[in-house]
Write a protein that binds this ligand. Sequence first.
Ligand code: SAH
Ligand code: SF4
Length: 395
Amino acid sequence: MTSPRVNLLDFDADQMAAYVAGLNEKPFRAKQLMQWIHQRGISDINDMSDLAKSFRATLLDKAEVLSLPIIKDEHAADGTRKWLLDVGAGNAVESVFIPEDDRGTLCISSQAGCAVNCRFCSTGHQGFSRNLTSGEIIGQLWFAEHLLRNDPEAVRRIEKYPTPGWEHTGRVISNVVMMGMGEPLLNYDNVVSALRLMLDDRAYGLSRRRVTVSTSGVVPMIDRLAQDCPVALAVSLHAPNDQLRDQLVPLNQKYPLHELLDACERYLPFAPRDFLTFEYCMLDGVNDSDIQAKELVRLLKNIKCKINLIPFNPFPESGLKRSSAQRVNAFASILLDAGMVATVRKTRGDDIAAACGQLAGDVVDRTRVRERAVHDADIITELPEQPIEWLKKLN
Ligand code: SAH
Ligand code: SF4
């Protein structure tokens, strides 16, 4: 029986070096392989022309470069692209490319589904199936970068609005955000391995400031990330107090706000910029009042941060509504008047449901989250049919 081939996308630079050493090849072969794969986008080992024939033969026998099969490729009117990728066993995840005048951002997924089960998130609503491998995570960047480089529409756009790195490297994607499906810090090792490739000059060479991990607040892993790979950090806050956050982001019951904010303070000295980002999804009548804005100011006034207000992107099962534009502006004004830095996120790719929290993919729910939701409803006796009414009562 032949053993299965290794996927070379699974290796960061150290792992590639160890793999190549294990095949009794010289260290510079690892660098060549990284460049062929990540910089040139080559997946056929036969095409890696400066590798010795005997080495290529060994690799053809033992290794491959395999990214996720594409189920759907959607184009939005504003240039946003969304890909639905097959991760097997009935599961699919999504990646989104968002072109802007000064950058090209790829939003990638880290898990099929998510076990955190935030009330307002369509990924969470589906439950959790599995962690993506590091190859499946970096494979999203590998595939999108090389597809876009050869896409006339993307090239026309980038010639008009060159992104940082384009002139020297031909790179279309200048920024990566781990804001797709899943909680990146609950798939820590694989995410860090993929992050290292994003930063590595032999691979994508992105600056730490242009790679962002977004987390719902896995406190111990925030500390580990500071040591292992301190990229930009965005923390999904969504509530100014524990009572409400416990309900919106159930992970808060494990890591309450004071622990989370302490971890943020500890991260700051390692962060690539001198501030962190807090994300706050604006839910009509739930977390968007003037009183809550003032509470948020008190909570965050001593931490160097930027607050990113995200108008809620509805999905049918949530029972929640987006705050009105006036409410978002009034909330933002309170933050700004108190001297905080706050922005309102523009919604992109509306016509292809590519916005934050709308990435549903297709997940076979191994955690049976929907059944558990019914069970929770038995425990929390005051949980009414419509979660919005129940959340409003908390305020
Ligand atoms: N699990 C990570 C990263 C993925 S979610 C996290 O929670 O941070 C990326 C961002 O989208 C998070 O800030 C999340 O709270 C937000 N989000 C989720 N569902 C949303 C929705 N329906 N509308 C707007 N933002 C949403
Ligand atoms: Fe998971 Fe993030 Fe969605 Fe919460 S918002 S369920 S942590 S993906």
